[in-house]
Design a protein around this ligand. Structure first.
Ligand SMILES: *[C@@H]1O[C@H](CO)[C@@H](O)[C@H](O)[C@H]1NC(C)=O
Ligand SMILES: *[C@@H]1O[C@H](CO)[C@@H](O)[C@H](O)[C@H]1NC(C)=O
Ligand SMILES: *[C@@H]1O[C@H](CO)[C@@H](O)[C@H](O)[C@H]1NC(C)=O
Ligand SMILES: *[C@@H]1O[C@H](CO)[C@@H](O)[C@H](O)[C@H]1NC(C)=O
Ligand SMILES: *[C@@H]1O[C@H](CO)[C@@H](O)[C@H](O)[C@H]1NC(C)=O
Ligand SMILES: *[C@@H]1O[C@H](CO)[C@@H](O)[C@H](O)[C@H]1NC(C)=O
Ligand SMILES: *[C@@H]1O[C@H](CO)[C@@H](O)[C@H](O)[C@H]1NC(C)=O
Ligand SMILES: *[C@@H]1O[C@H](CO)[C@@H](O)[C@H](O)[C@H]1NC(C)=O
Ligand SMILES: *[C@@H]1O[C@H](CO)[C@@H](O)[C@H](O)[C@H]1NC(C)=O
Ligand SMILES: *[C@@H]1O[C@H](CO)[C@@H](O)[C@H](O)[C@H]1NC(C)=O
Ligand SMILES: CC(=O)N[C@H]1CO[C@H](CO)[C@@H](O)[C@@H]1O
Length: 614
């Protein structure tokens, strides 16, 4: 009897030793494989060698700080996710009992379960099909894959190193600290990150290194505002004092209590937004350079439909605008470079050349022309100039000589050099027909929305295959498809968007996706899964109040995260989605607060806050 027990014990002990050995090996492996990632850390924290990763103790010691950096609605992958709510939310939901506690919690040990599941799922062989025109779901982007180019450093590292926002910012450093912590968190549980490799699809190295939460982005926005990018104008102009005056008025905006057309909870600061918008209406003048040849310049027509429609519609509506456009550049606060990044690609890209050097050259020649002919760029170093570009390549195409101007970009990726407080996250909108811009708008009431979460689209990038592997046919509430059955007018897709509670917007090849706006269009709460993506109109809208933002690594927890949102909270969010919708709609003739005005406003707003008050 006792000997049997002893034998059992022995077996048990051996099993344990074996297990520990395996765990140890996995941890070592993990660190080995993650070493390249250490580089990015060493750039940011020069005194921390990559192998500091192995010395996890001191890092782990500050795990307790980690939740503080976690944003209210940015979820860091613990089952014990508890939402916090904003001030507004508190009053809105005051009458609701049973709403989750308002404190932020992150159960650091509870991750093991999900992490293990993640591991087993990721190590499955890739089983996804390359996108073909046939399996393209309308409502999906038909983007060209990323170009390998010297400009687009495949490792985020160099970008981080060279990016003034990233490299000089203590905020980022602390994010890196956090990331190290979270790495240890997973490793400590014997769940090797190394199982991430081979990744399902090429995932940029170091992409986990500095994932900015929404609250990190907010901090960065404020810091960047405090330390303006722009130089002193070479000589002063009458418009400078106007812009400065606008800034003072916005900062000292009267508090508005109720404006029926602006629902306060969805804005960062509704008073400032309204004041800024009013002053824009009263004073903003934009000069549109007349130079530039078609079809790349002054040619919105071909870009009014499809996934790049934002740049086409903006160009069309601005060039046709009487209120804001001036023919007198001396009275302009802003200068628009009227090109289409879509037409640039269409016209000049040599198929399979994998180079866009000629595209960049074309834009820079244009800039040289404008610089030589007019004094305006030189006066501010380009700080009062802007461009609006929706193509994936636009950040890379404008990273050198055009860098000083404000860029409104669909591909609003911090890692691609997007500068909070200077650049504008341009909503990517998909337009099927320029005649029926608002067709099918709206959706079911919260109660009628029977599907928990929905996604359909091509397997662009590394994340969507993971989404499908993890959630396809796994759960009746989560409907994810690579391909929906064909239907007239895309009816199936639209029906799902209208009758799902949450619409999943995972990144594609790049961070942006037309789904974010689509979800809002169909009054479905967007679930953004795209690390370092800056959501549209970030400087104005409080995204966490109406959208769910999940880090890519938390994909395995998707369902738990969504289920942790109470019915009441869901209703609040869905109502806000409806209220924010007006800002994302195109109209053949622009209307107040619509997407055209919001784009212009964000460019204006950033310009105003860039001006130095000397
Ligand atoms: C952890 O952070 C706290 C405050 O943020 C700091 O005082 C402490 O020294 C840190 N611990 C370690 C081990 O660095
Ligand atoms: C979540 O946290 C609560 C305490 O706040 C604890 O009782 C519960 O067991 C945790 N759940 C999980 C899954 O970790
Ligand atoms: C959550 O939001 C509230 C109000 O916006 C803010 O006071 C609080 O600091 C936030 N908490 C975290 C952890 O970011
Ligand atoms: C964390 O989760 C574990 C089990 O998953 C549970 O035992 C523990 O109580 C939780 N801790 C907190 C603080 O929620
Ligand atoms: C992990 O997988 C097991 C079984 O495969 C399942 O019971 C468990 O709920 C999963 N955990 C999570 C967080 O998905
Ligand atoms: C990093 O940036 C520097 C300076 O811009 C450049 O010379 C170098 O080639 C880049 N390295 C990589 C690996 O991209
Ligand atoms: C990172 O965290 C450590 C403690 O874990 C702290 O000593 C160090 O100052 C932090 N680094 C930065 C850049 O915040
Ligand atoms: C909004 O901005 C105004 C003007 O700067 C300020 O007085 C007010 O306190 C801000 N409101 C919030 C909620 O931050
Ligand atoms: C602007 O500056 C550039 C370089 O300093 C110079 O070549 C150009 O002539 C200037 N433009 C004007 C209109 O003076
Ligand atoms: C960009 O701005 C800086 C000052 O902020 C200025 O020195 C530089 O000449 C500008 N570049 C161009 C191409 O105008
Ligand atoms: C690999 C590693 O550094 N693991 C550490 C992670 O953090 C725990 C404490 O939470 C340490 O005990 C581990 O050594």
């Amino acid at each position: 009897m006792s000997s049997e027990l002893g034998r059992k014990c022995q077996v048990e002990t051996r099993r344990w030793i074996w297990l520990i050995a395996v765990l140890f090996a996995m941890v070592v492996m993990a660190q080995y494989v993650e070493l390249p990632y250490g580089n990015i850390v060493s750039y940011v924290l020069p005194d921390r060698r990559p192998d500091a990763l192995i010395d996890g103790g001191s890092l782990a010691a500050n795990l307790s700080n980690y939740p503080n950096k976690v944003d209210n609605w940015t979820i860091f992958g613990d089952l014990n996710y508890t939402s916090t709510t904003s001030e507004n939310e508190k009053t809105e939901t005051a009458q609701i009992s049973g709403e989750k506690s308002l404190t932020q919690e992150s159960n650091l040990t509870s991750g093991s379960d999900s992490a293990l599941n993640k591991t087993s799922l990721i190590s499955k062989p890739e089983e996804n099909i390359a996108p073909t025109p046939e399996n393209r779901v309308p409502g999906d982007s038909s983007k060209s894959p990323s170009l390998p180019s010297p400009l687009m450093s495949p490792a985020g590292n160099n970008l981080t190193k060279n990016n003034p926002v990233l490299s000089n910012n203590p905020q980022i450093a602390s994010v890196n600290n956090d990331t190290l912590d979270s790495l240890n968190k997973t490793d400590g549980l014997g769940t090797p990150q190394s199982n991430k490799s081979p990744p399902v699809k090429k995932k940029p190295k170091g992409s986990q290194a500095a994932v900015l939460s929404i609250s990190d982005m907010k901090d960065l926005l404020h810091e960047n505002r405090a330390s303006s990018y722009s130089m002193e104008p070479l000589w002063s102009s009458a418009v400078d004092s106007k812009v400065l005056e606008a800034k003072l008025q916005i900062v000292n905006a009267p508090i508005i209590k109720d404006d029926p057309s602006l629902y306060a909870p969805i804005y960062r600061n509704v008073s400032m937004f309204r004041r800024s918008y009013e002053i824009m209406e009263q004073t903003l003048k934009v000069y549109v350079y007349k130079e530039g040849k078609r079809p790349i310049f002054h040619n919105p027509q071909p870009v009014l439909t499809g996934i790049y429609a934002s740049e086409g519609w903006f160009m069309k509506l601005l060039e046709g605008n009487k209120q804001y456009v001036t023919n007198n550049p001396d009275e302009a606060q802003l200068f628009y470079l009227p090109f289409s990044s879509r037409m640039l690609e269409e016209t000049l890209y040599v198929r399979d050349s994998h180079s866009h050097a000629n595209l960049i050259k074309y834009l820079e020649d244009y800039l040289d022309l404008v610089i030589a002919k007019y004094p305006f760029w030189n006066r501010t170093g380009g700080a009062d100039h802007f461009l609006v570009a929706c193509h994936d390549w636009a950040p890379a195409e404008t990273r050198k000589r055009l860098n000083n101007c404000t860029k409104a970009l669909c591909n609003a990726d911090i890692k691609e050099g997007f500068r909070l407080g200077k650049d504008v996250s341009l909503p990517e909108t998909i337009v099927h027909s320029s005649k029926t811009l608002l067709r099918d708008i709206g959706g079911k009431t919260p109660r009628q929305r029977t599907t928990l979460a929905f996604f359909a689209g091509q397997m662009h990038g590394y994340l969507r295959p993971m989404l499908l592997q993890q959630w396809q046919d796994k759960d009746p509430g989560i409907k994810v498809f690579a391909k929906l059955p064909k239907s007239k007018n895309n009816k199936n897709y639209v029906q799902y968007m209208k009758s799902s509670k949450f619409c999943i917007c995972p990144r594609g090849y790049e961070v942006n996706s037309p789904r974010v706006v689509e979800a809002i269009f169909f009054e479905c709460v967007p679930v953004i899964i795209s690390d370092n993506f800056v959501p549209p109109f970030f400087e104005i809208l409080d995204w966490e109040s109406f959208a769910v933002i999940i880090q890519e690594k938390d994909l395995p927890n998707l369902k738990n995260i969504l289920l942790s949102i109470s019915d009441r909270r869901y209703q609040v969010m869905q109502h806000r989605v409806k209220r924010v919708q007006q800002h994302f709609l195109w109209h053949p003739k622009p209307v107040k607060y619509d997407i055209f005005h919001m784009i212009l406003h964000s460019v204006w707003y950033n310009r105003v806050f860039q001006v130095k008050s000397s």
